[in-house]
Design a protein around this ligand. Structure first.
Ligand code: NAD
Length: 692
């Protein structure tokens, strides 16, 4: 074994050189790897005994992608383009041998090789779009030449991976080799290339698939149409389409130049920076300072759910989906029946769309056991309470549960706001009590706030975090406070939205600004969707807020056909003249002189107090790091990922600007805008919130 550098080596098997990359964990294309590849190809080229070169990786994957941490920094070492040029221009055939993932730059490197072989479990993809950029090393130029324009467009625009089998069928992979025998298979393929004098196949020169697409704009138009909604507000997806168009319209080198320009235009934009930041935030969120990865976890073989309402049903599905049996308990048969029917209907609907086999529907339903008594939960390892949001009821449930649950079982609450420590205090095992705050619909939404109580044991936290991963959630650890991280910050936005419509804006003005910022909907549309009557009761309603007045008029949101908006049969929202009048009358009664409120003020009033609250949350240690707060907002509340979350956004705007505005608002509008000391500190020390 001859080492080239610390991450690459070159060996010879007869007349085949094997260039191996070994740069754990994922063989990312760092400067070191690029230098090693460059030197390795040169050495193999210079060795007269070598007739072909196999490029292969040690460890769990082929080169899984670029080294994202290098983005935006001054270039170091051989460029990927240099390495690709050396490979593609090599007089000896280079064969990429692929296992694990060949994503992004890794896939682009493989596309510069003359041939590619892979094991069936390998995955391919150009996921750059998910980082707000486009491929920068030929992924938009070579891939269409390999697999055709339509499929290359789909791969580049969706960023989704595809299997080795498809890659083979489409022409990106020349040979599939037996699982676990990649090296042998690649050597055999290389031998065949030598023995049968297979040509040096340069992807850049393949033109038949490109020519077939020339003059056909339909596929580009279709992709633009089909993705307009999904990518509203994003920049990179249009750029990637333009780059693939260039592959069709221009000679290879010019197409590469166009791709490069598009890439360079994007790589330092706030959007791309935001999306890179989120990529790392999603990885950091799992790390807990005092709960190391080595913390023992408890086996969760059976889960109990209390309450089969909106949340209980959705929560159950998460576990059924991964094969964990669930017992769900209600107080009365009709509620239980309703809950079970909803779960079945959800599965049936998924099956109808072809995303689930009918047999899977039955398997999952077969794992679900109903009960009308908490006693049914005595053999569960984890029990999640999802009954009404009422402290007395929750305490009563936990008191009983403590007696029924087996020793060592974890007792969790799905409460949205209530104090987990108070709930834990009625049990004899506060160390085994934790909050698991799912978001609605719980089978769909990715976020889970894991609420750590004062006494929650570390293995309990580790178990719940691990389980969250297993059921496909992204979990953020938060501390006990009213509404935890997400709802506590949401309250700031809702309060300002409510004030703004009295001071001069209309609900649809506020919603438009928030929608244009990138949220899927504004606060009033959201309230209409959730139902205005959550927590409202006829008996206590005193027309003291717009919401109360609307509920009293039976305008309870989408479900009653009217709320802040009027709805037609297809639930399309229209601004409501009735609501406009209600607001104007209410404001007049309160003696408010309405004024014109700018879109800028609407945005700042809704968002800056959230940022300020985020700073308070950090100050109080209720979130571990600013990026966890951003993860909560992106995954639980629809904050646009290209704006990186509220804390990242504050840095984009400038913490000093946010602080100055808060002070300004405080001077004219009072306490609600009092700056958090941490925000003042960050500004004084010229720091960034995202680093906290
Ligand atoms: P829901 O009213 O839809 O369901 C509650 C269910 O609990 C009802 O079916 C009720 O019959 C049942 N129940 C009440 N007492 C019970 C008992 N002692 N034993 C067994 N079942 C009992 O309410 P939901 O929206 O599902 O909310 C449940 C919890 O989840 C609340 O704490 C809520 O704050 C929280 N939560 C709700 C949402 C949301 O968007 N709906 C989101 C996150 C968290």
């Amino acid at each position: 074994m001859a080492a080239i550098n610390s991450v690459t080596d070159l060996t010879r098997e007869g007349d085949i050189a094997v260039l191996t990359v070994n740069s754990p964990p994922v063989n990312a294309l760092s400067a070191n790897v690029r230098d090693g590849l460059s030197a390795g190809i040169a050495q193999a080229a210079a060795d007269p005994a070598v007739k072909a070169i196999v490029l292969i990786c040690d460890g769990r994957t082929f080169i899984a992608g670029a080294d994202i941490s290098e983005f935006g920094k001054p270039p170091k070492g051989a460029s990927l383009h240099d390495v690709q040029a050396a490979i593609e221009g090599s007089a000896k055939p280079v064969i990429a041998a692929i296992h694990g993932s060949a994503f992004g730059g890794g896939f682009e490197l493989a596309q510069a090789c003359h041939y590619r072989v892979a094991v069936p479990s390998a995955q391919f993809g150009q996921p750059e779009i998910k980082l707000g950029i486009i491929p920068g090393a030929g992924g938009t130029q070579r891939l269409p030449r390999l697999i055709g324009v339509e499929k290359a467009l789909e791969a580049n625009v969706s960023g989704n991976p595809f299997s080795a089998k498809l890659a083979h069928e489409w022409g990106a992979v020349d040979g599939l080799v037996e699982e676990g025998k990649l090296r042998e298979g690649a050597l055999a393929f290389a031998k065949k290339v030598i023995d049968t004098r297979m040509p040096l196949r340069k992807v850049r020169d393949l033109n038949d698939k490109i020519e077939a697409a020339r003059g056909h704009r339909e596929s580009f138009d279709k992709v633009r149409r089909d993705n307009a909604r999904k990518y509203r507000g994003f920049e990179a997806w249009q750029a990637v389409i333009r780059a693939v168009e260039a592959a069709v319209d221009l000679p290879f080198d010019e197409g590469m130049k166009r791709e490069r320009e598009e890439f360079m235009n994007l790589v330092l934009t706030p959007q791309a920076r935001a999306q890179r930041y989120v990529f790392f935030a999603e990885r950091k969120v799992w790390k807990i300072a005092d709960v190391p990865d080595t913390t023992p976890t408890l086996p969760i073989k059976k889960v109990g759910i209390i309450g089969a309402g909106t949340m209980g049903g959705g929560i159950s599905m998460n576990f059924l989906n991964v094969g964990i049996p669930v017992t769900i308990v209600e107080t009365a048969q009709p509620a239980l029946d309703r809950g079970l029917a909803t779960i079945r209907r959800n599965y049936e609907n998924t099956a109808k769309k072809g995303r689930l086999k009918q047999s899977d529907v039955e398997t999952r339903m077969g794992l679900l056991g109903p009960g009308l008594n908490l006693d049914a939960l005595s053999d569960c390892d984890l029990i999640i309470e999802a009954v009404y949001e009422n402290m007395d009821i929750k305490k009563e449930v936990f008191r009983k549960l403590d007696k029924i649950a087996k020793p060592g079982a974890i007792l969790a609450s799905n409460t949205s706001y209530l104090n987990i420590d108070e709930i834990a205090s009625v049990t004899g095992r506060p160390d085994h009590v934790i909050g698991m705050h799912f978001f609605s619909p719980a089978n769909v939404m990715r976020l889970l706030e894991v609420v750590r109580g004062e006494k929650t044991a570390k293995p309990v936290i580790a178990t719940v975090m691990q389980l969250a991963r297993k059921i496909g959630k992204i979990a953020a650890l938060v501390g006990v406070c009213h509404g935890f991280v997400g709802n506590r910050m949401l309250h700031q936005r809702q309060r300002e939205a409510g004030k703004l419509i009295l001071e001069g804006a209309m609900p649809w003005d506020v919603d438009r600004v928030i929608y244009d910022f990138g949220f899927p909907m504004g606060p009033f549309a959201m309230s209409d969707l959730a139902g205005l009557d959550i927590g409202w009761s006829k008996e206590t309603s005193k027309s003291s807020t717009i919401r109360e007045i609307l509920c009293e008029m039976d305008r309870r949101g989408q479900k009653s056909g009217a709320g802040f908006y009027d709805y037609d049969e297809s639930r399309n929202a229209k601004p409501s003249p009735v609501v406009e009048k209600i607001i104007l009358d209410f404001a007049a009664k309160k003696g408010i002189n309405r004024r014109t409120i700018s879109d800028e003020e609407i945005l700042e009033r809704c968002v800056y107090p959230m940022i300020n609250e985020g700073a308070k949350i950090l100050e109080e240690g209720k979130a571990q790091r600013a990026s966890d707060i951003d993860i909560v907002w992106i995954n639980g509340y629809g904050w646009p990922v290209y704006r990186g979350g509220p804390m990242f956004y504050a840095d984009l705007v400038g913490p000093e600007k946010v602080l100055a505005k808060m002070k300004n608002f405080e001077a004219t509008m009072g306490e609600d805008f009092k700056p958090a000391p941490l925000l003042e500190k960050v500004v004084a020390e010229k720091k960034q919130l995202q680093d906290l």
